[in-house]
Ligand binder design. Sequence first.
Ligand SMILES: Cc1cc2nc3c(=O)[nH]c(=O)nc-3n(C[C@H](O)[C@H](O)[C@H](O)COP(=O)(O)OP(=O)(O)OC[C@H]3O[C@@H](n4cnc5c(N)ncnc54)[C@H](O)[C@@H]3O)c2cc1C
Length: 284
Amino acid sequence: MIPNKFDYHRATSVDEAIRLMAQHGMDAKLLAGGHSLLPAMKLRLNQPGVLVDIGRLAELRYIKKEGDSLVIGAGATHDDIANSDMARSTLSMLSEAANLIGDVQVRNKGTLGGSLAHADPAADWPAVMIAAHANIELRGPNGSRTVSADDFFTGFYMTALAEDEIITAIRIPAPPKGTHSSYQKFMQPASRFAIVGCAASVTKDGGVCQKVSVALTGLSDTAFRASNVEAALTGKKLTKENIAAAAQAAGEGVMAMGDHFASEEYRLHLAKVFAKRALMAAAE
Ligand SMILES: Cc1cc2nc3c(=O)[nH]c(=O)nc-3n(C[C@H](O)[C@H](O)[C@H](O)COP(=O)(O)OP(=O)(O)OC[C@H]3O[C@@H](n4cnc5c(N)ncnc54)[C@H](O)[C@@H]3O)c2cc1C
């Protein structure tokens, strides 16, 4: 439970953090809330020689509207999002998910950027950001770029983030009028990580589903869009029967994870149950 020796630098700006990361290369790691990185270091699963602390950068910690988009700084904590009226009124699944993460201590320190960069297959934010059609803004020594949440999560704890890049912000486009959303999860009782979680947003007009966005987490090696569920519901009346039928497609063709908390079969079953719950809640 004691980490390897490391040097510690507290960055005073994003630019300084990028410079420090470039200077120390593969040996360096960014430290935000520390609620994923520090446990991994204590278990010696991760042994960086240098930590670059971005956890106190005010320039990364905000939630604001820019044009039609909601923009959340990478340093916004889960608690900041849980308590943001702007986030709740844009998509209620943002505050629902934030409130379901860990405990008070985790929510007070853990950040949105840290969670997305860490890409734990059981984390909540990846599914929510995919369902929200979020774009993730990255900055590195060669400038800035944006990656859609759909393309960001590439595998088991893997993302499109380069070693020398920092997530600076997450941009969520305003959903069309008539959109409601929900995040529902079956949680591990101690950590509250998702055994299976589903984020859904539904745009309805006259009781008909005009647009639907569904993403699952916890089921396989990374969060992903449940395109087959979306296809099964788009253009249909939002009846209980149609929602239940569409939710049956959740997890189809997916190689599910199994562990001592839940077998592959059970996770696949939960995917259908929680897709239905999230869609029902969003449709209501
Ligand atoms: C007891 C416990 C319960 C938890 N329960 C849940 C839960 O229910 N649901 C859930 O989703 N999560 C849960 N978590 C994880 C928690 O949400 C973490 O806070 C989060 O995964 C990581 O955020 P962080 O700011 O703490 O990142 P850190 O631990 O500081 O960093 C994690 C990784 O991201 C990198 N990083 C951090 N910030 C950036 C950035 N801006 N740009 C690029 N890379 C960056 C770091 O270098 C590191 O590799 C739990 C954690 C604990 C300890």
